[in-house]
Ligand binder design. Structure first.
Ligand SMILES: NC(=O)c1ccc[n+]([C@@H]2O[C@H](COP(=O)([O-])OP(=O)(O)OC[C@H]3O[C@@H](n4cnc5c(N)ncnc54)[C@H](OP(=O)(O)O)[C@@H]3O)[C@@H](O)[C@H]2O)c1
Length: 267
């Protein structure tokens, strides 16, 4: 409840003080809004009073959307024709991309999907795209010991790098929010989840924390054409995540840990 109130206040402040909404405002389109991260974002947007459209596939399970004041648009992100229809039917102000593929899915999805999303968002004069990405993508690749990263993650990180480049070249104001470890939905944020431009800031973050941070970037010029890392230093880790830092030692370069000794000073 505290989190929702805080996110509401933050969202209202950016709606009031952020970029003026367009006269013909189709609201916010959420891609991946039936997913675990996406639904948290959708709920926060609804609470903030936004006009929300969730993209669903014909096969999507819509149970989590029940009772929420949202519109749905049907289509597959990888279908150029579907996305043309979605983006030319409604003048969306902001697109939030929380879509993704589970382990086992096509991990080159991210570049393929962003080609379609960026193209039609630009054509539809969308004012901002917020993309959820991965630490290790783009200019954060130097931090990783890639040969130690499992194959499917290596492919997905590479694809997310390409997706970042495609988005940056679209001409639409972008906000890239990278995460390293996304915690299970049952784990709730500490209240201190944050975005930083300091790449040495790594760790875990919850889906509800990410949703709050996403809403804070909505229409917010401070987030335009920016790439952030999201982290919750104070979240309580449990289960297999308790050994997360030992795993990080195998996939992150030693200098990340040296820099991380003073994380607050470096932010
Ligand atoms: N760093 C980490 O530890 C970590 C861990 C997990 C995820 N992630 C990343 O975080 C983001 C969200 O993850 P999540 O676990 O919350 O996602 P999720 O629950 O797997 O949901 C994925 C969403 O994407 C949608 N989607 C996939 N392909 C689509 C397509 N072709 N057309 C339309 N929609 C499509 C799915 O729709 P349907 O409902 O139709 O399937 C679903 O809504 C992703 O970028 C993911 O890679 C990071």
């Amino acid at each position: 409840m505290l989190k929702r109130s805080a996110s509401l206040a933050l969202a209202l402040s950016v709606v009031i003080f952020g970029v003026p909404t367009q006269a013909n405002d189709g609201g916010v389109l959420v891609l991946g809004g039936t997913g675990q991260l996406g639904i948290e974002i959708v709920k926060d947007l609804v609470e903030a009073g936004e006009k929300v459209t969730v993209l669903v596939r014909p096969t999507s399970n819509r149970d989590k959307l029940a009772g929420l004041d949202v519109t749905t648009a049907v289509g597959d992100i990888l279908s150029d024709a579907d996305m043309e229809k979605v983006f030319t039917s409604v003048p969306y102000r902001v697109v939030i991309d929380a879509s993704g593929q589970a382990n086992g899915g096509d991990q080159t999805y991210y570049e393929k999907s962003q080609l379609v999303i960026s193209k039609w968002a630009a054509a539809g004069k969308v004012a901002q795209i917020i993309l959820h990405g991965a630490v290790g993508a783009g200019d954060s690749a130097h931090m990783m010991i890639m040969e130690n990263v499992p194959e499917y993650q290596r492919v997905s990180i590479g694809s997310k790098s390409k997706a970042e480049d495609i988005l940056k070249g679209s001409g639409v104001a972008y906000t890239i929010i990278r995460h390293l470890t996304l915690l299970p939905v049952e784990t709730k944020e500490s209240g201190r989840a944050r975005l930083t431009t300091n790449q040495m800031t790594v760790g875990a973050v919850t889906r509800d924390g990410l949703a709050r941070l996403t809403i804070g970037c909505l229409n917010n010029p401070a987030c335009f054409n920016m790439t952030f890392h999201a982290v919750d230093d104070d979240v309580i880790l449990s289960g297999r995540y308790e050994t997360m830092w030992a795993r990080y030692r195998t996939v992150l370069k030693p200098y990340v840990f040296e820099a991380r000794d003073q994380p607050r000073k470096m932010d």
